[in-house]
Write a protein that binds this ligand. Sequence first.
Ligand SMILES: *[C@@H]1O[C@H](CO)[C@@H](O)[C@H](O)[C@H]1NC(C)=O
Length: 282
Amino acid sequence: MTVFPPQLFAIFAFATCGGYSGQLRVSVDCMDKAESNLSIGINFAYPFRLHKVSFEAPMCEGRRRERVHLVGDFSSSAEFFVTIAVFSFLYSLMATVVYIFYQNKYRENNRGPLVDFIVTVVFSFMWLVSSSAWAKGLSDVKVATDPSEVVLLMSACKVHGNKCGSVYSPIWSGLNTSVVFGYLNFVLWAGNIWFVFKETGWHKGGAQRYPGSGSEKQSASFNQPPYNQPPYTQPAFNQPPYTQSPYTQSFNQTGGYITQGDLVQSSDYGQVGGPISYANQM
Ligand SMILES: *[C@@H]1O[C@H](CO)[C@@H](O)[C@H](O)[C@H]1NC(C)=O
Protein backbone atom coordinates (compact mmCIF):
# COMPACT_ATOMS: atom_id res chain seq x y z
CA MET A 1 0.00 0.00 0.00
CA THR A 2 2.75 2.44 0.82
CA VAL A 3 5.25 1.58 -1.91
CA PHE A 4 4.18 2.02 -5.52
CA PRO A 5 6.23 1.46 -8.67
CA PRO A 6 7.52 5.07 -8.82
CA GLN A 7 9.00 4.81 -5.34
CA LEU A 8 10.34 1.32 -5.96
CA PHE A 9 12.04 2.31 -9.23
CA ALA A 10 13.59 5.37 -7.61
CA ILE A 11 14.93 3.19 -4.78
CA PHE A 12 16.49 0.78 -7.28
CA ALA A 13 18.10 3.67 -9.14
CA PHE A 14 19.79 5.26 -6.14
CA ALA A 15 20.59 2.00 -4.37
CA THR A 16 22.36 0.45 -7.36
CA CYS A 17 24.37 3.62 -8.02
CA GLY A 18 24.91 4.96 -4.49
CA GLY A 19 25.72 1.56 -3.02
CA TYR A 20 28.30 0.58 -5.57
CA SER A 21 31.84 -0.40 -4.79
CA GLY A 22 34.16 -2.09 -7.24
CA GLN A 23 37.63 -3.49 -7.47
CA LEU A 24 40.22 -4.04 -10.12
CA ARG A 25 43.52 -5.84 -9.89
CA VAL A 26 46.68 -5.41 -11.92
CA SER A 27 50.08 -7.05 -11.94
CA VAL A 28 53.56 -5.60 -12.34
CA ASP A 29 56.10 -8.20 -13.35
CA CYS A 30 59.53 -6.61 -13.06
CA MET A 31 62.63 -7.86 -14.81
CA ASP A 32 63.96 -8.45 -11.33
CA LYS A 33 61.26 -10.85 -10.15
CA ALA A 34 61.88 -10.09 -6.49
CA GLU A 35 60.47 -6.61 -6.93
CA SER A 36 57.33 -7.70 -8.75
CA ASN A 37 53.86 -7.41 -7.33
CA LEU A 38 51.53 -9.65 -9.27
CA SER A 39 48.39 -8.66 -7.42
CA ILE A 40 47.81 -4.98 -6.78
CA GLY A 41 44.21 -4.42 -5.74
CA ILE A 42 42.52 -1.05 -6.30
CA ASN A 43 39.15 -0.32 -4.70
CA PHE A 44 36.81 2.45 -5.69
CA ALA A 45 33.21 3.32 -4.91
CA TYR A 46 30.43 5.87 -5.31
CA PRO A 47 30.78 8.86 -5.81
CA PHE A 48 33.67 8.02 -8.17
CA ARG A 49 36.20 10.68 -7.22
CA LEU A 50 38.81 8.52 -8.89
CA HIS A 51 41.58 11.10 -8.60
CA LYS A 52 41.40 10.48 -4.85
CA VAL A 53 41.83 6.71 -5.27
CA SER A 54 45.47 5.68 -5.00
CA PHE A 55 47.55 2.55 -4.71
CA GLU A 56 51.18 1.52 -4.21
CA ALA A 57 53.03 0.17 -7.19
CA PRO A 58 56.58 -1.18 -7.38
CA MET A 59 58.94 0.89 -9.51
CA CYS A 60 61.15 -2.06 -10.38
CA GLU A 61 64.20 -0.08 -9.26
CA GLY A 62 65.56 -1.53 -6.08
CA ARG A 63 62.79 -1.69 -3.50
CA ARG A 64 61.25 1.64 -4.39
CA ARG A 65 57.51 2.10 -4.66
CA GLU A 66 55.39 4.90 -5.94
CA ARG A 67 51.91 6.06 -5.05
CA VAL A 68 49.74 6.13 -8.16
CA HIS A 69 46.40 7.92 -8.44
CA LEU A 70 43.59 7.03 -10.82
CA VAL A 71 42.42 9.79 -13.15
CA GLY A 72 39.14 11.67 -13.24
CA ASP A 73 36.33 12.90 -11.03
CA PHE A 74 32.88 11.63 -11.98
CA SER A 75 31.17 12.58 -8.75
CA SER A 76 29.04 15.37 -10.26
CA SER A 77 27.05 13.14 -12.60
CA ALA A 78 26.83 10.29 -10.08
CA GLU A 79 25.70 12.58 -7.27
CA PHE A 80 23.27 14.42 -9.52
CA PHE A 81 21.71 11.11 -10.50
CA VAL A 82 21.39 9.88 -6.92
CA THR A 83 20.03 13.26 -5.77
CA ILE A 84 17.30 13.22 -8.40
CA ALA A 85 16.45 9.64 -7.46
CA VAL A 86 16.21 10.45 -3.76
CA PHE A 87 14.10 13.57 -4.30
CA SER A 88 11.81 11.85 -6.75
CA PHE A 89 11.36 9.04 -4.23
CA LEU A 90 10.50 11.53 -1.49
CA TYR A 91 8.17 13.50 -3.72
CA SER A 92 6.22 10.50 -4.96
CA LEU A 93 5.92 9.26 -1.38
CA MET A 94 4.66 12.66 -0.25
CA ALA A 95 2.28 12.94 -3.20
CA THR A 96 0.81 9.57 -2.32
CA VAL A 97 0.22 10.60 1.27
CA VAL A 98 -1.30 13.94 0.24
CA TYR A 99 -3.51 12.31 -2.32
CA ILE A 100 -4.83 9.65 -0.01
CA PHE A 101 -5.24 11.64 3.20
CA TYR A 102 -5.68 15.24 2.02
CA GLN A 103 -7.90 14.74 -1.00
CA ASN A 104 -9.90 17.92 -0.26
CA LYS A 105 -6.88 20.13 0.13
CA TYR A 106 -5.39 18.60 -3.02
CA ARG A 107 -8.35 19.73 -5.12
CA GLU A 108 -8.83 23.10 -3.46
CA ASN A 109 -8.53 25.85 -6.09
CA ASN A 110 -7.03 23.22 -8.38
CA ARG A 111 -3.69 24.02 -6.76
CA GLY A 112 -2.74 20.42 -5.95
CA PRO A 113 -3.09 19.14 -9.52
CA LEU A 114 -1.33 22.23 -10.84
CA VAL A 115 1.70 21.84 -8.56
CA ASP A 116 1.68 18.10 -9.19
CA PHE A 117 1.71 18.66 -12.94
CA ILE A 118 4.61 21.11 -12.86
CA VAL A 119 6.65 18.96 -10.48
CA THR A 120 6.01 15.86 -12.59
CA VAL A 121 7.19 17.63 -15.75
CA VAL A 122 10.30 18.87 -13.95
CA PHE A 123 11.09 15.44 -12.52
CA SER A 124 10.69 13.62 -15.82
CA PHE A 125 13.01 16.16 -17.44
CA MET A 126 15.47 15.76 -14.56
CA TRP A 127 15.36 11.99 -14.86
CA LEU A 128 16.22 12.23 -18.54
CA VAL A 129 19.06 14.69 -17.95
CA SER A 130 20.53 12.92 -14.94
CA SER A 131 20.27 9.46 -16.52
CA SER A 132 22.02 10.69 -19.65
CA ALA A 133 24.68 12.48 -17.61
CA TRP A 134 25.20 9.39 -15.49
CA ALA A 135 25.32 7.11 -18.54
CA LYS A 136 28.12 9.30 -19.91
CA GLY A 137 29.80 9.41 -16.47
CA LEU A 138 29.63 5.65 -16.19
CA SER A 139 31.22 5.06 -19.58
CA ASP A 140 34.06 7.40 -18.51
CA VAL A 141 34.40 5.56 -15.19
CA LYS A 142 34.69 2.29 -17.11
CA VAL A 143 37.54 3.66 -19.20
CA ALA A 144 39.32 5.20 -16.20
CA THR A 145 39.19 1.95 -14.21
CA ASP A 146 39.98 -0.37 -17.09
CA PRO A 147 43.09 -2.31 -15.94
CA SER A 148 44.71 -1.84 -19.36
CA GLU A 149 44.39 1.95 -18.86
CA VAL A 150 45.51 1.82 -15.23
CA VAL A 151 48.78 0.04 -16.06
CA LEU A 152 49.70 3.02 -18.27
CA LEU A 153 49.79 5.18 -15.12
CA MET A 154 52.61 3.21 -13.49
CA SER A 155 56.11 4.30 -14.38
CA ALA A 156 57.48 0.75 -14.19
CA CYS A 157 55.16 -0.26 -17.00
CA LYS A 158 56.70 2.32 -19.33
CA VAL A 159 60.09 0.66 -19.03
CA HIS A 160 60.78 -1.98 -21.62
CA GLY A 161 61.27 -5.40 -20.12
CA ASN A 162 58.77 -5.04 -17.27
CA LYS A 163 55.44 -6.67 -17.94
CA CYS A 164 52.21 -5.23 -16.64
CA GLY A 165 48.84 -6.82 -17.00
CA SER A 166 45.26 -7.05 -15.93
CA VAL A 167 44.30 -9.56 -13.29
CA TYR A 168 40.75 -8.63 -12.55
CA SER A 169 38.30 -6.08 -14.02
CA PRO A 170 35.51 -4.35 -12.08
CA ILE A 171 31.99 -5.79 -12.32
CA TRP A 172 29.63 -3.35 -13.96
CA SER A 173 26.25 -5.06 -13.83
CA GLY A 174 25.08 -3.02 -10.81
CA LEU A 175 25.92 0.31 -12.41
CA ASN A 176 24.53 -0.71 -15.79
CA THR A 177 21.31 -1.52 -13.94
CA SER A 178 21.27 1.91 -12.35
CA VAL A 179 21.35 3.57 -15.79
CA VAL A 180 18.54 1.33 -17.02
CA PHE A 181 16.49 2.22 -13.95
CA GLY A 182 17.22 5.89 -14.54
CA TYR A 183 15.71 5.76 -18.03
CA LEU A 184 12.86 3.61 -16.75
CA ASN A 185 12.08 6.28 -14.19
CA PHE A 186 12.11 8.85 -16.96
CA VAL A 187 9.57 6.80 -18.93
CA LEU A 188 7.46 6.33 -15.82
CA TRP A 189 7.40 10.03 -14.94
CA ALA A 190 6.92 11.16 -18.52
CA GLY A 191 3.98 8.77 -18.79
CA ASN A 192 2.56 10.22 -15.60
CA ILE A 193 2.53 13.71 -17.12
CA TRP A 194 -0.58 12.82 -19.07
CA PHE A 195 -2.45 11.49 -16.07
CA VAL A 196 -1.51 14.43 -13.90
CA PHE A 197 -2.42 16.75 -16.77
CA LYS A 198 -5.91 15.28 -16.80
CA GLU A 199 -6.17 16.10 -13.08
CA THR A 200 -5.53 19.76 -13.78
CA GLY A 201 -8.64 19.90 -15.95
CA TRP A 202 -6.87 21.94 -18.61
CA HIS A 203 -7.94 19.59 -21.36
CA LYS A 204 -11.28 20.65 -22.72
CA GLY A 205 -13.96 18.22 -23.72
CA GLY A 206 -12.56 15.45 -21.58
CA ALA A 207 -16.06 14.57 -20.40
CA GLN A 208 -17.16 13.54 -23.86
CA ARG A 209 -14.08 11.60 -24.66
CA TYR A 210 -13.58 9.45 -21.64
CA PRO A 211 -16.69 7.44 -20.84
CA GLY A 212 -15.97 4.86 -23.54
CA SER A 213 -12.27 4.31 -23.10
CA GLY A 214 -11.94 1.57 -20.56
CA SER A 215 -8.44 0.58 -21.51
CA GLU A 216 -7.14 4.02 -20.76
CA LYS A 217 -8.61 3.94 -17.30
CA GLN A 218 -6.95 0.63 -16.68
CA SER A 219 -3.56 1.83 -17.72
CA ALA A 220 -4.13 4.90 -15.62
CA SER A 221 -4.76 2.86 -12.53
CA PHE A 222 -1.72 0.77 -13.27
CA ASN A 223 0.69 3.59 -13.92
CA GLN A 224 -0.44 5.84 -11.19
CA PRO A 225 -2.28 4.24 -8.34
CA PRO A 226 -2.06 7.20 -5.96
CA TYR A 227 -3.95 9.53 -8.25
CA ASN A 228 -6.56 7.18 -9.45
CA GLN A 229 -7.52 5.24 -6.43
CA PRO A 230 -9.61 7.78 -4.62
CA PRO A 231 -11.94 8.52 -7.57
CA TYR A 232 -12.90 4.87 -7.58
CA THR A 233 -13.59 4.69 -3.91
CA GLN A 234 -15.05 8.16 -3.50
CA PRO A 235 -18.04 8.79 -5.72
CA ALA A 236 -18.35 12.25 -4.28
CA PHE A 237 -21.42 13.36 -6.14
CA ASN A 238 -23.60 10.36 -5.86
CA GLN A 239 -23.56 10.03 -2.14
CA PRO A 240 -25.81 12.32 -0.13
CA PRO A 241 -23.35 12.99 2.72
CA TYR A 242 -20.98 14.72 0.33
CA THR A 243 -23.49 17.03 -1.28
CA GLN A 244 -23.86 19.09 1.87
CA SER A 245 -20.21 19.22 2.78
CA PRO A 246 -17.70 21.95 1.90
CA TYR A 247 -16.07 19.37 -0.30
CA THR A 248 -18.86 19.80 -2.85
CA GLN A 249 -18.43 23.54 -2.93
CA SER A 250 -14.77 23.39 -3.56
CA PHE A 251 -15.29 20.82 -6.22
CA ASN A 252 -17.98 22.85 -7.90
CA GLN A 253 -15.55 25.72 -8.14
CA THR A 254 -13.11 23.42 -9.74
CA GLY A 255 -15.77 22.03 -12.01
CA GLY A 256 -16.70 25.50 -13.18
CA TYR A 257 -13.10 26.20 -13.82
CA ILE A 258 -12.76 23.04 -15.83
CA THR A 259 -15.57 23.34 -18.32
CA GLN A 260 -16.78 26.91 -18.02
CA GLY A 261 -20.36 25.58 -17.89
CA ASP A 262 -21.85 24.94 -14.50
CA LEU A 263 -25.19 24.15 -16.07
CA VAL A 264 -23.81 21.37 -18.21
CA GLN A 265 -21.78 20.07 -15.32
CA SER A 266 -24.59 19.92 -12.83
CA SER A 267 -26.98 18.29 -15.26
CA ASP A 268 -24.33 15.71 -15.98
CA TYR A 269 -24.00 14.96 -12.32
CA GLY A 270 -27.69 15.03 -11.68
CA GLN A 271 -28.89 12.69 -14.36
CA VAL A 272 -26.19 10.20 -15.01
CA GLY A 273 -24.51 7.93 -12.56
CA GLY A 274 -20.93 7.19 -11.62
CA PRO A 275 -19.08 6.80 -14.90
CA ILE A 276 -19.64 10.36 -16.18
CA SER A 277 -18.94 12.21 -12.98
CA TYR A 278 -15.97 9.98 -12.48
CA ALA A 279 -14.77 10.81 -15.94
CA ASN A 280 -15.09 14.49 -15.17
CA GLN A 281 -12.88 14.08 -12.19
CA MET A 282 -10.13 12.52 -14.17
C1 LIG B 1 51.30 -5.79 -3.62
O1 LIG B 1 50.43 -4.67 -3.54
C2 LIG B 1 49.47 -4.78 -2.54
C3 LIG B 1 48.59 -3.54 -2.64
O2 LIG B 1 47.59 -3.75 -3.55
C4 LIG B 1 50.10 -4.89 -1.18
O3 LIG B 1 49.12 -5.01 -0.19
C5 LIG B 1 51.00 -6.08 -1.16
O4 LIG B 1 51.69 -6.13 0.05
C6 LIG B 1 52.01 -6.00 -2.31
N1 LIG B 1 52.81 -7.20 -2.37
C7 LIG B 1 54.13 -7.19 -2.42
C8 LIG B 1 54.76 -8.49 -2.55
O5 LIG B 1 54.75 -6.14 -2.39
